[in-house]
Design a protein around this ligand. Sequence first.
Ligand SMILES: Nc1ncnc2c1ncn2[C@@H]1O[C@H](COP(=O)(O)OP(=O)(O)OP(=O)(O)O)[C@@H](O)[C@H]1O
Length: 315
Amino acid sequence: MSVIEVHELHKAYGETVAADAVSLTVEDGEIFGILGPNGAGKTTTVECLIGLRRPDRGRIRVLGLDPRRDGRALREQIGVQLQESRLPDALRVGEALELYAHLYEAPADPDRLLTDLGLTERATTAFGNLSGGEQQRLSIALALVGDPRVAILDELTTGLDPNARRETWHLIEQVRASGVTVVLVTHFMDEAERLCDRLAIIDRGRVVATDTPAALIGGVETSAQLRLRTVPPIEASALADLAEVHAVATEGEELVIRGDGDVLHAIATRVRALGAVTVSARLGQATLEDAFLALTGRDHAPEELRADAAGEVSP
Ligand SMILES: Nc1ncnc2c1ncn2[C@@H]1O[C@H](COP(=O)(O)OP(=O)(O)OP(=O)(O)O)[C@@H](O)[C@H]1O
């Protein structure tokens, strides 16, 4: 069953087209990712979903409701954590939950939420004294306090250290396991690959693909990635003209080369011709970043989309 249906959503701010014929469906019980670089139109799409913005055109149904017309009924059934939502520094964790619980007719039990989200010992701590990870856990708790069927979480792990990110991912999986459908807005490739059952890649206001991470990555299998180290080191520009090479980047002492066809042979021949010796050559597997590049036709991913944008994280 689809819990969210968006058909040809269009939204512009003056000359800027933020959402250009965006269509997507979110199925009951899944973690659905909306992945794209800054400015791609993710937040605009989500704000239309929850009735905060009026689309210029298009049809949206969330749990069968029209977010603009049936906003009140919808807000009883969805939980939202919006980007950079902050609480007053002096507000204590338990007080915040009680306060938010009063906004709903049939709220979840705040004590159970504190337990589920590992915040029981912080119940009397003021928001301003929580760590970044704890603040994010509280914002998940607040998104769940109405006992929603759908939780929409926008840029949940931005600014968190790798440990706190992993903890947050685990919590999101628990939320899904409890039967809540999760829409996760993110610009982190690794997060989308690790957590989402399916995802829509958005670029410049358009959905360029929707599928499971594995299927999106599978679609670019023919593109090989090689990490190469030589002595003496050779410049990226010394390989860039090879027909089999699509892109070369320098990462530390390694060259990261993407290409196809007989790219290994072409590189080996060039390395020898340059009088260099290969110290290590590792073939990498395609990632969501490769899928993004293939689907958007860009030759490099925007900096903030890379997996390590918030530090080195391995799932
Ligand atoms: N209120 C607004 N007025 C004018 N332009 C806006 C407004 N909100 C967003 N935009 C523009 O619309 C485009 C899409 O923005 P949006 O915030 O939806 O993207 P995003 O993918 O969520 O990006 P980010 O990850 O940076 O939040 C951007 O070019 C942005 O500058």
